[in-house]
Write a protein that binds this ligand. Sequence first.
Ligand SMILES: NC(=O)c1ccc[n+]([C@@H]2O[C@H](COP(=O)([O-])OP(=O)(O)OC[C@H]3O[C@@H](n4cnc5c(N)ncnc54)[C@H](OP(=O)(O)O)[C@@H]3O)[C@@H](O)[C@H]2O)c1
Length: 298
Amino acid sequence: MMRGKTVIITGANSGIGRATAVELLRRHARVIMACRSAERAEEAAAEIRQQAAAVESPPEAEPQISERGELIIKLLDLASLASVRRFCDEIIREEPCIDVLINNAGVYQCPYTKTEDGFEMQFAVNHLGHFLLTHLLLDVLKRSAPSRIVVVSSKLYKYAEINFEDLNSEQSYDKAFAYGRSKLANLLFTLELSRRLEGSGVTVNALTPGIVRTNLGRHVYIPLLVKPLFSLFSWAFFRTPEQGAQTSVYLACSPDVEGVQGKCFADCREEEPLPKATDEEVAKKLWDISEVMVGISK
Ligand SMILES: NC(=O)c1ccc[n+]([C@@H]2O[C@H](COP(=O)([O-])OP(=O)(O)OC[C@H]3O[C@@H](n4cnc5c(N)ncnc54)[C@H](OP(=O)(O)O)[C@@H]3O)[C@@H](O)[C@H]2O)c1
């Protein structure tokens, strides 16, 4: 049960994040939806409330409103370091306690774009934005210990490397490689952060959700004629967002993973990642460079 616990979910208005919000609200958590569009977040929040209520206890057994979960919307654009800072300032001002941070938002194979801070979009949103967000919320997470950080990665990390000489993809941009690299960065971030959090009472673990039917493929071009076939295929073979959210929910709530640190999960089970995702030297180097990129290096 998550009653009384405060959970931040980035990208909670769509797909896996949205399904995670439904599950946690059902468990009576206070869910802070960290989204970049107020309109999309409000629309999703109305549906999330309905879905969470649909399977709640019958009216006579219902808890009082104050004991129920709560859904709060806060604006966060992970493509803007200024927005990440504004969001964190607000959270630190208003929230005495954060029990779980779920770094879920992501962008997949977008055309080459630079953020207002001058970073390649997929690396910026999937890695750098979450890197700064976690850094700025770390004190409140530590004060709230035992607390948890959950990082949503992807198995596509297997097809990329951290090419330190061109993290901004200025020499060449391969959108699939850039996505894989950002998801490998998620795993290396989890590894290095877990080392730094040793003994703090804050745990961090990563997960890969499988192939899930969401809006993630919005930038992928599918010819008009092939679209119906692709839809059929995805309905038959892709996971639903609810299925895709299971490991996020597990890592956020389950007593099974209390104290578990720096691991990677799939289908609610620990999985051994490839050596490239457990390389401590690369993880440390990426951490140091990320600190410089987001402007927090000492
Ligand atoms: N779907 C899969 O098969 C799959 C597989 C492996 C891993 N994943 C990972 O799962 C996570 C969730 O993706 P999903 O499949 O649920 O996709 P989705 O439906 O597209 O949801 C992605 C969420 O991220 C948000 N987002 C994107 N850019 C953002 C930004 N600059 N600032 C703040 N939020 C931003 C989106 O907001 P808007 O709605 O406003 O765009 C949306 O809420 C991602 O990290 C993805 O890499 C997904």
